[in-house]
Write a protein that binds this ligand. Structure first.
Ligand SMILES: NC(=O)c1ccc[n+]([C@@H]2O[C@H](COP(=O)([O-])OP(=O)(O)OC[C@H]3O[C@@H](n4cnc5c(N)ncnc54)[C@H](O)[C@@H]3O)[C@@H](O)[C@H]2O)c1
Length: 508
């Protein structure tokens, strides 16, 4: 097969995605031929791009010369036959296996034997699409994200027979995007790795640990996500996100790590799809801010002494440092005095279990999450026996420097611990399955999902041993196999290695 650079691109389906792909390709100097089955649609798409370019010129984002050159690169055609000289055809038509197979069959009749066929599918198998082609080796996935001009990541997917992945990676690099190479598998990288955030948040919500807005606030402000999981579900709309969740879950034969929650179906049935229907996890009765003021700080005339027990040294030092800054009176005895507030900092346990393990009086025990920095955000967890005066004392103490305190009910692994551990664990499992390289998993998740760090890099920062402990306790206490630690994570944690340590190369 020729290795000429790919410069003449056919684009079939000029809806939201096709138009965006055409835009970035034309701007990168590639010749793009637009075709859509709906008469006039391709010409409309080209006109819409002219309007977008004009707006960008006004905002001084591009020059009139660049816009004119890009427009010259965009040509509307009225038949598939007119794509016969294209070196690559990308389809962005409806998400339907038969329609895509039918299109690729027709394209094979028209294109040169060296031409590549790529699909922008988000959820269909590339191998299944290619199965109807005479040359499945030239069929690959080229999965752009919405909105294409802003999301600078493309998943390049190899079906079982694909041999053109490297050339597509080269093309993606040439247009200034990151090509994350992945094996054909449900959800590829981004829609697979993204399953943990929402599904874990839904479990937390359904266990009554905290209301949606408080879970969102914690994951934004303590963990660093740009948006909380419920804000995100509301933004995307359940009509879009539920089918993706259910499809990945089913395609992995009901693997519990991907299990959606029944409340989603209930909300769909009730028309609560999110922002688009005026109500989802939030009510959008007025232009919507989903944020709520922090819980009011109770008045506490005299704070009790504090006795602490942490599951790990990092957490203990973090907590001691904070208590010193807050001017707390910390007890040094092996056992708490009879008046002490017992502060426990468990990894993976709930406050009840931690009280039992440290043999503290549950009514005076409050747990604090020390997985992430305690600079300004502190999450306190109460067990069912925690006394109100102790809850108030802990709340007042950790607010004394103006820090925000979030109170939650008992939960194995708090909110941030269990969410981050689930995200890192899932990414480790993707690495273990060899779906993509560690670098591509991190880049795809960072660029495709907007997480502040790639999940493996994030796991290294949080500490693989701590994450292993969180998952082992979560698994042991809940009995839910969704928390079983991935072999990738367990081995690297036990050996003191980075989660980005790749597998050994094996002789062929
Ligand atoms: N919208 C997203 O967020 C997103 C993200 C990534 C991938 N995708 C995938 O990209 C593809 C397109 O999605 P979209 O949101 O742009 O859809 P869309 O409905 O906006 O556009 C689809 C276009 O394809 C045309 N079309 C339909 N069948 C055709 C055929 N047989 N031949 C030629 N043209 C045909 C339609 O007329 C329409 O203009 C789908 O496979 C989708 O799963 C979508």
């Amino acid at each position: 097969m020729t290795t000429q650079p790919l410069q003449r691109i056919g684009l079939v389906g000029t809806g939201a995605m096709g138009r965006g792909i055409a835009q970035v390709m034309a701007m990168a100097g590639l010749k793009v031929f637009l075709f859509d089955a709906r008469p006039g649609a391709a010409a409309t798409a080209r006109e819409q791009l002219a309007t977008i370019f004009a707006q960008q010129i006004e905002k001084a984002r591009i020059t009139p010369q660049d816009a004119a050159a890009a427009m010259l690169n965009l040509e509307v055609v009225d038949s598939l036959q007119a794509l016969c000289d294209c070196q690559l055809v990308i389809e962005a038509i409806i998400e339907d296996l038969e329609a895509k197979q039918q299109l690729f069959r027709q394209l094979e009749e028209v294109l040169a034997p060296s031409a590549i066929l790529a699909s922008n599918t988000s959820s269909l198998s590339i191998t299944a699409i290619a199965s109807v082609c005479r040359h499945p080796e030239r069929v690959a996935g080229l999965h752009f994200f919405n909105p294409v001009p802003r999301m600078r990541i493309v998943e390049v997917i190899d079906g079982l027979a694909t041999s053109v992945g490297a050339r597509l990676q080269e093309l993606v690099r040439a247009i200034g995007y990151y090509p994350a190479r992945a094996k054909d598998s449900p959800g590829f990288i981004v829609n697979h790795a993204g399953r943990a955030f929402g599904t874990e948040a839904l479990r937390i919500l359904s266990e009554g640990v905290a209301p949606a807005w408080r879970i969102d606030a914690l994951l934004r402000d303590s963990a660093g996500f740009a948006m909380g999981p419920f804000e995100l579900l509301d933004l995307i709309g359940l009509d879009v996100s539920v089918p993706v969740m259910e499809s990945v879950y089913r395609q992995f034969y009901e693997e519990p790590r991907y299990r959606p929650h029944p409340v989603l179906r209930l909300m769909q049935a009730g028309g609560r799809l999110g922002r688009k229907s005026g109500q989802g996890f939030y009510l959008y009765d007025e232009p919507g801010d989903t944020r709520r003021p922090p819980q009011a700080v109770p008045h506490c005339s005299a704070l009790p002494p504090v006795w602490i027990a942490a599951d790990d040294e990092v957490g203990r030092l973090r907590l001691l440092d904070l208590l010193e800054r807050l001017g707390a009176k910390v007890e040094n005895g092996l056992r708490p005095s009879s008046s002490a507030l017992c502060l426990v900092a468990p990894l993976g346990d709930d406050a009840s279990e931690a009280a039992l393990r440290h043999a503290t009086d549950p009514s005076r025990t409050v747990a604090i999450d020390t997985l992430t920095a305690l600079d300004s955000q502190r999450c306190l967890m109460l067990n069912p026996a925690t006394r109100e005066d102790m809850q108030h004392a802990a709340h007042a103490l950790f607010s004394a420097d103006g820090g925000t305190v979030t109170l939650i009910r008992d939960s194995c692994g708090f909110i941030v611990q269990r969410t981050l551990a689930s995200i890192v664990n899932l990414a480790c499992d993707i690495a273990q399955q060899g779906i993509a390289s560690v670098a591509d998993i991190d880049a795809a998740v960072r660029l495709g999902l907007g997480y502040p760090l790639g999940p493996l890099e994030w796991g290294d920062q949080l500490g693989p041993e701590r994450l292993l402990q969180i998952l082992e306790r979560l698994h042991a206490l809940t009995g839910d196999p969704r928390y079983r630690p991935s072999g990738w994570l367990r081995r690297r944690a036990l050996l003191g290695l980075s989660l980005r340590q790749p597998e050994n190369p094996m002789p062929a």
